[in-house]
Ligand binder design. Sequence first.
Ligand SMILES: [Zn+2]
Length: 249
Amino acid sequence: MRYRPHATYSILRTIMALFIACGIVAFGITAILAQSAISDYNRDVIEALIFGSGPLGAEACPAHERWAGFPRGSTINVIVSTTVSNDKRHQIRSTLRQISHATHGAITVSLHITQEPEPPTGDFRVISMTHPIPTRFGCTSNVGCTHHEWQTPGVLKSSRAVQPEGQTRQAYAHDVIGHGILGMCHIQAKGIGGPHNSLMSGGLGVYSGQNSGRLTALDIAALQAVYASSLSPGATLNDFIEAGLISNP
Ligand SMILES: [Zn+2]
């Protein structure tokens, strides 16, 4: 009788060990299934959006050969100047609401409107402002651009999108959210059924006002696959290939 409790405990412990072992095995299978569930096409979408390369790549990447983004768990203060017109502010606000979902909660955002015409950059700040001469803020042309500051290669510290008044509301969302917050590159619009299928559409003959203005189902599927992995911003193309997120060339 003295040993019965011990025996029961021992059996329970064995069952628990088996359960935990099964859990680990099941988790391993789930992870493998999740990655093999990514089609070759979606791997090409991920390579284009994160590295600007592959069959759908159209370059224009914030970082050189690294996944560009803020660290997991970041809350980004998005500072939009009132120099940005109302319709563009609405577009930005609407697209910002998609970020937490698209990143599985890894990135959250807080929107602030300021009357400052040229809000200063700072840690975990992403700026959107309108200015007639974006080249004064590091852009190579006056169609506008997004300028980045880095903590380490691929890991963002801050971003600032500067665009002229004539740019479209889609271009504003593309710059401040697509490049500025999510660190994405351009994707070939012709390869994805048209520019309306991505916030990051680019390639020959594609204009800024033709992109979706919001994250599409294609963008969100790619981002969610990336954020569901064990990788973090700063990861290389090889890390993505090893994780099964990008096809081995
Ligand atoms: Zn762009």
